[in-house]
Design a protein around this ligand. Structure first.
Ligand code: HEM
Length: 440
């Protein structure tokens, strides 16, 4: 791959124009879809096709570990699910998986549905809102209240609401930069350290109060389920709680905000979604049972996650692995970008960068090339949680409100765990009742 600088390699290009850089890699890949770049002194193989990504995550999943990139996240997420490796990951994934079963998600969905109605009820006609901030508030509340359903969580939810966005904004930059930069006495390091300290201590406090008050015997939220696991010590419970907050808040908030953005710019799709919601749910609250029936909305969400998904992840090989017919040695660093792979014109067509939810109807085979939640043993544990949360919120809000984008403003993508929008200012206007409103 051309453009490497001495010592820094391609890191400056990645930091200067991350999306352009990630998209450009496919043009330099060999015919198996692999390209070698240089991050600082470290050679990194980048996987640029969905076939090789499948080989890496599903075929070779047990021969790779999370590696350097995720080690940098341990300061915040400790040995939680997304950062742990090997036996520890296997054991904890087995313990935590049942907490995301269909039945459990049905329980959490009642919180989502209530929060979505609170959000929809909080606006005045003609009010200007930043829909990304609104979506972030909704998704932090939904994951935090699924974790701590009772009053013990109230101070924690407040702290999480203020401190989590500070951490999320800096997380990827820190993970991609050399460790010594973390210790420089500059403002953003101080902010990060303060936020990280406050968040850990508030989670510790909640765990302490929960243990003392017999929370696990009286409640059935995620925290209670974690506390009931005899094999998890309190520090591990804290790591899992922090992990679920990091992994679950921004990803869904971004999906929601982009969905509302695109719907506001595509009135015909917006109308189809509203008609569908009215037909399926009438005027009653939208529930988990409605989610599988809201198929137009699902295509909208798939399209948003395709366009603005997870930006950059890495693995390290534990032993030699084969991707296609290329063998990589043990200890090799491998990177991939769902964002770039899901915009490949060879798979998604010449309009790969455009919002077109009908592509999922017209070309159902593209589903095979779509891995927004990863795959294999490290597949997202919250995929169904996220889809329920986003579907319920879009449906509930859109049924009552029409969004008018601020004229002349185009949201910009910000590089984070996902390609989130910077600001999405909207004016909200009440939607006229539809012909099926009131009927069940
Ligand atoms: C649209 C929303 C979301 C997207 C696109 C997404 C995407 C992903 C991806 C791609 C991975 C795999 C990372 C890797 O291979 O290194 C992952 C892992 C994970 N996600 Fe999500 N995620 C979303 C929402 C959520 C939610 C809502 C939660 C929690 C409630 C969550 C919790 C996790 C956890 C704990 C892991 C680590 C799993 C493991 O390694 O065993 N995610 N997510």
């Amino acid at each position: 791959m051309p453009g490497a600088l001495p010592l820094l390699g391609h890191a400056p290009a990645l930091i200067r124009d991350p999306f352009g850089f990630l998209l450009s890699l496919r043009d330099h890949a060999d015919d198996r879809g692999l390209v070698r770049i240089q991050l600082g002194w470290m050679p990194v193989y980048v996987v640029t096709t969905h076939e090789r990504l499948h080989d890496l995550l599903v075929g070779q999943g047990r021969r790779v570990e999370k590696g350097r990139f995720f080690q940098r996240l341990k300061r915040l997420a400790g040995e939680g699910l997304s950062t742990a490796d090997g036996e520890l990951h296997r054991r904890n994934r087995r313990l935590i998986q049942p907490m995301f079963s269909k039945e459990r998600i049905a329980g959490y969905s009642e919180i989502m549905s209530r929060n979505a109605r609170i959000l929809a009820g909080s606006w005045r006609p003609g009010q200007r809102v930043d829909i990304y901030e609104e979506a972030a508030g909704y998704s932090i509340d939904s994951i935090a209240m699924s974790l701590f359903s009772s009053d013990i969580g109230t101070p924690a939810v407040e702290t999480i609401r203020t401190e989590l966005p500070v951490l999320l904004d800096m997380l990827l930059k820190r993970a991609a930069s050399p460790k010594f930069l973390d210790r420089l006495p500059v403002r953003y390091n101080r902010l990060f350290d303060r936020a990280s300290h406050q968040l850990s201590s508030v989670i510790d406090q909640v765990i302490g109060t929960a243990r003392a008050g017999g929370h696990a015997d009286e409640h059935d939220d995620l925290l209670a389920q974690l506390l009931r696991e005899k094999d998890l010590e309190d520090t591990q419970v804290r790591d899992e709680v922090a992990t679920l907050l990091f992994a679950g808040a921004e990803t869904t908030a971004s999906t929601l905000a982009w969905a509302w953005h695109y719907l506001a710019h595509h009135p015909e799709v917006d109308q189809q979604v509203v008609d569908e919601v009215r037909q399926v749910a009438g005027d009653r609250p939208v529930t988990i049972a409605d989610v599988p029936q809201l198929t137009t909305l699902r295509r909208v969400l798939d399209e948003v996650i395709r366009l603005h998904g997870v930006t950059f992840l890495m693995r390290r090989t534990i032993e030699p692995i084969t991707l296609g017919d290329t063998t990589l040695p043990a200890g090799a660093e491998v990177a991939f970008s769902m964002y770039a792979i899901h915009r490949d014109p060879a798979v998604f067509g010449s309009d790969a960068h455009a919002f077109n939810p009908d592509r999922w109807l017209d070309h159902p085979d593209i589903k095979r090339s779509f891995m927004p939640f990863g795959g294999g043993n490290r597949k997202c544990i919250g995929d169904q949680f996220a889809l329920a949360e986003a579907t319920i919120a879009v449906a509930e809000v859109l049924r009552s409100w029409r969004m008018e984008p601020l004229p002349g403003h185009t949201p910009q993508q910000v590089i984070s765990a996902v390609a989130r929008p910077d600001r999405v200012p909207m004016t909200v206007q009440p939607r006229e009742p539809g012909p099926t409103a009131g009927s069940h």
